[in-house]
Design a protein around this ligand. Structure first.
Ligand code: CTP
Length: 399
């Protein structure tokens, strides 16, 4: 599965480093060659000798080893790989990556590389959940760094929760996904997802009911086919997928601005549940009850229609523009009318009546409407809808 692939494996200093030795074996079993880099802290957990023996190659250890620099400098090392894997990715390494620090060989390679980077975080649960680490994680996601794990479970430190490094075979699988040359490699696809929040005042907002699950699944499926995905997301319940460039927004206007900034793209999928209206002159301070029972009056303005705006572009319109139609009545007729009105190429219609359980649920039942007609897809998981849509997009862009 990984025949001929070159993996640069950076081993950070954590108790999970011992699992990285098994990872080396597993990667090599799949046909990959592994060049290990040990941080100084990693050497407290695994020895260069055992690492080198398992990798059957030299281990790189320190930035200022002049012999190493003469043989293969850190820049060359960072480029002579198909993928850079960081396992375990400690809180320290993640912090360095997120902030562009480069004070040892591992962090210098991570700054200098032009290859995709996959991290397998491992740390104590409190460290994983610490706001500083979550901030770093968000930055890394935004930078398009891929991630596998961490898993949840008993930890070496005696606590329980998320923070255990993913198992070596799960990392091997993620390496396979990252290296797969899919039908969408070289293609840029934009995906909008989640709700938008339109402020009333600093503590209240108007929103649509949307978990972001379908948009997230679509972005993940497109990335798995090799697409370079820009994922513009409102405040969703589900975390964004790894391996995509994440742009977080709150309002419809911010979403439109982010979409414009991300274009051009080969295809765009508008899965976001954008609030149709915003409150005119949202209050800068909290609106208080004045005790008289007088109710506040909200004045609304219509938000820009992002899908319609992009569909109507004269210059730089994506070759394929896909919208969703969330309907509760006359689903197909309304969706077909929406396709025309918005000027997109395809529309995925779904019935979001409460009885269907689709909004916030894990399944979806959609009808794909194109110029050729309507195609009913059976009710399936949102992941399966995403895979089928991604495959259809790959097919359309290939013609
Ligand atoms: N959409 C958008 N910008 C908006 C509103 C909707 O990009 N301001 C996109 C959605 O992401 C979706 C499609 O338009 O792909 C249809 O969204 P939907 O909520 O079904 O339609 P509306 O335009 O809101 O129409 P209506 O409320 O009349 O059903």
């Amino acid at each position: 599965m990984l025949e001929g692939k070159r993996i640069l494996l950076i081993i950070g200093g954590g108790i999970a480093a011992f699992k990285s030795l098994d990872l080396i074996r597993r990667l090599r079993e799949q046909g990959a060659s592994v060049t290990p880099v040990l941080t100084r802290a990693a050497e407290e957990f695994v020895t260069p000798l055992s690492t080198s023996a398992l990798a059957a190659t030299k281990v790189y250890r320190d930035l200022f080893d002049l012999t190493d620099e003469a043989e293969m400098g850190h820049i060359e090392l960072s480029r002579a790989a198909d993928l850079v894997v960081v396992a375990p990715a400690t809180a320290d390494l993640m912090g360095k990556m997120a902030n562009g620090l480069a004070n040892d060989l591992a962090s210098t390679i991570l700054m200098a590389t032009d290859k995709r980077v996959l991290i397998a975080p491992a740390m104590n649960v409190r460290m994983w959940l610490h706001p500083a680490n979550q901030r770093n994680l968000a930055t890394l996601e935004k930078d398009g760094v891929l991630r596998v794990g961490p898993d949840e479970g008993d930890m070496a430190c005696g606590e329980y929760g998320p923070g255990r490094m993913a198992e070596p075979m799960a990392i091997v699988e993620a390496v396979g996904d990252a290296l797969r040359d899919g039908p969408l490699s070289g293609r840029h696809v934009l995906v909008t997802s989640g709700p938008t929040h339109e402020p009333i005042d600093p503590v209240r907002y108007i929103a649509n009911r949307s978990s972001g699950a379908q948009g997230t699944a679509i972005a993940r499926a497109l990335a798995a086919l090799g697409a370079d995905v820009t994922f513009v997301t409102g405040p969703a319940d589900v975390p964004p997928p790894g391996g995509v460039t994440v742009v977080r927004v709150k309002t419809a206007q911010e979403m439109l601005d982010a979409v414009n900034a991300a274009l051009p793209a080969d295809a765009a999928v508008f899965a976001a549940a954008v609030a149709d209206w915003r409150v005119v002159s949202a209050s800068g301070s909290k609106i208080k009850k004045d005790g008289t029972g007088k109710l506040p009056k909200l004045e609304f303005a219509e938000n820009p229609d992002i899908l319609a705006t992009v569909s109507a572009m004269q210059n730089g319109r994506p070759a394929l523009v896909v919208g969703f139609a969330a309907e509760t009545d006359d689903v197909k007729a309304n969706a077909a009318a929406k396709l025309k009105r918005k000027g997109c190429d395809w529309i995925l219609a779904n019935d979001v009546s409460p009885a269907t359980g689709i909004m916030g649920g894990s399944e979806n039942a959609v009808t794909l409407i194109t110029a050729k007609g309507a195609e009913d897809w059976p009710r399936m998981s949102k992941d399966q809808v995403a895979n089928r849509l991604a495959a259809a997009i790959a097919g359309a862009l290939a013609t």
